[in-house]
Design a protein around this ligand. Structure first.
Ligand SMILES: [Zn+2]
Length: 106
């Protein structure tokens, strides 16, 4: 993105190509993982305005950050299944405690 596309209001605020106040976003591509930029405020159907806030990523960051990102996504994807497992096992524990109570009372 060239500087010709950026536009500043008299207040100093950055405006995107569709004349909205630009917002700071985070790029998560493999080439620019976690690199911040100013982009269109509209999530869908907005313009392609992009002005980098951070300098280019170094080689090591481009290797390590995507690996960590992928590991986080994989672990987060396991959460719903693990929550079901916890719920299932909690019910089992509750039933076992009830049985033990019944056995001891009798
Ligand atoms: Zn826009």
């Amino acid at each position: 993105m060239g500087f010709s596309k950026k536009f500043f209001l008299p207040t100093g605020h950055l405006v995107c190509d569709c004349k909205r106040l630009a917002v700071v976003r985070v790029e998560w591509s493999d080439l620019d993982p976690s690199r911040r930029f100013h982009g269109c405020a509209k999530d869908e159907g907005g313009c392609d305005f992009k002005l980098w806030e951070d300098p280019p990523m170094c080689y090591r960051s481009r290797v390590v950050i995507p690996e960590l990102r992928d590991r986080c996504e994989k672990l987060e994807a396991e959460i719903p299944e693990l929550m079901l497992m916890v719920e299932f096992l909690s019910e089992k524990v509750k039933k076992i405690k009830q049985l033990r109570l019944y056995c001891c009372v009798g």
